[in-house]
Design a protein around this ligand. Structure first.
Ligand code: UT7
Length: 317
């Protein structure tokens, strides 16, 4: 048993921060950011939390699915930038949309949304749920060091959501972690315990860019090959690839190595930057809204990032 995507939706905050805006804050330029990353602008939340954006995306996904909140059997949210560890993002969403089902968060950094989708499938297979809301939501501007040009030009805020119901559209998946690897590290609040004698790091995103880049290119290629094979398909059967929007050069490498034309990759990093766990559901929802995606299309989704982690899946829309 698997699922069918009934509805999708995304939300990004109104405030646009361009590369030229950032050039006034740190030593960078539109030229460098476009060439090395592919981001032109990103959205930044002024007053909304990750949960607020998650709820806004969820409302849109519910509206596009035709289901009401009371029909949901579960809400699963992925986030690394919620305001509160408790209540969870999913719990806030439950309250805001008026649902009464169980809700909880998962954390697998940028791969979190696909981990959450795969978790949702397990509940469906056990017969515990028919309709599940799955969300990726991030307010990364909260954990970005705005004086660090190597990270502040990359990230953005936003949320994306899917409403899924029991069906036959989840063809294969793969989850991967190389646990405890700190080439991407986001320290949590260290606390004020008078008994703790360890290191206290500021709660910002630290990323060794080139190491992460190599990991990303290798995983995007090997994960897509693996899920395609597992689904009994060939690469040519894939209509669209919706990758994590981390760097347009990663997508270019993947296109060349997989021999998949660039047009099959959905790319919106220039508009929103890297929104971590929100990037795949935002990109998928935008593709669906564009009208280009047709029912029955085969779509590969893939993500990679902190953990280290990576995830990929193939769905029939
Ligand atoms: O979402 C999680 C997964 N994340 C990823 O997959 C990210 C993967 N990594 C990347 O996308 C890239 O490594 C970055 C975009 C993070 C960095 O690009 P890079 O081409 O690897 O640059 P670099 O770190 O090797 O830096 C090259 C130069 C350095 O200057 P020197 O030492 O050569 O003089 C940096 O100081 O570029 C400099 N630099 C910048 N210059 C202008 C770094 N950031 C900037 C900047 N503006 N914003």
């Amino acid at each position: 048993m698997s699922f069918r995507i009934m509805g999708t939706g995304f939300y990004v905050p109104d405030k646009v921060i361009t590369n030229d805006d950032l050039s006034k804050m740190v030593d960078t330029s539109d030229e460098w950011i476009m060439q090395r990353v592919g981001v032109r602008e990103r959205r930044v939340s002024v007053d909304m939390t990750a949960s607020d954006m998650a709820a806004a995306a969820a409302e849109k996904a519910l509206a596009s699915s035709g289901l009401s909140a009371d029909k949901l059997d579960m809400i699963i949210a992925a986030s690394i930038s919620s305001n509160d560890l408790c209540p969870t993002v999913a719990g806030y969403v439950q309250m805001k949309i008026g649902a009464s089902c169980p809700s909880f968060d998962v954390n697998s950094a940028c791969s979190g949304f696909i981990f959450a989708l795969d978790t949702a499938v397990s509940f469906m297979e056990r017969g515990c749920a028919e309709n599940i809301l799955v969300i990726g939501a991030e307010r990364l501007s909260k954990i970005v060091d705005w004086t660090d040009r190597s990270t502040c030009v990359i990230f953005g805020d936003g949320a994306g959501a899917f409403v899924i119901s029991k069906g036959d559209g989840y063809l294969s998946s793969k989850l991967y972690t190389a646990g405890g690897n700190d080439i991407i590290e986001i320290p949590n609040y260290a606390g004020e315990s008078p008994f703790y004698n360890g290191i206290k790091l500021p709660p910002y995103i630290f990323m060794q860019g080139q190491e992460t880049f190599k990991f990303a290119v290798n995983k995007i290629v090997s994960d897509i090959k693996e899920v395609t094979e597992k689904a009994g398909l060939s690469i040519d059967d894939i209509d669209y690839i919706v990758p994590h929007q981390a760097n347009v050069r990663i997508i270019d490498y993947a296109s060349k190595r997989l021999k998949v034309p660039k047009e099959k990759f959905y790319v919106n990093i220039h508009k929103y930057g890297n929104t971590s766990s929100a990037s795949v559901p935002i990109a998928f929802s935008e593709l669906a809204e564009s009208g280009r995606l047709k029912r029955g299309d085969i779509v590969a989704m893939c993500a990679f990032g902190g953990g280290l982690s990576s995830a990929a899946c193939i769905i029939k829309y």
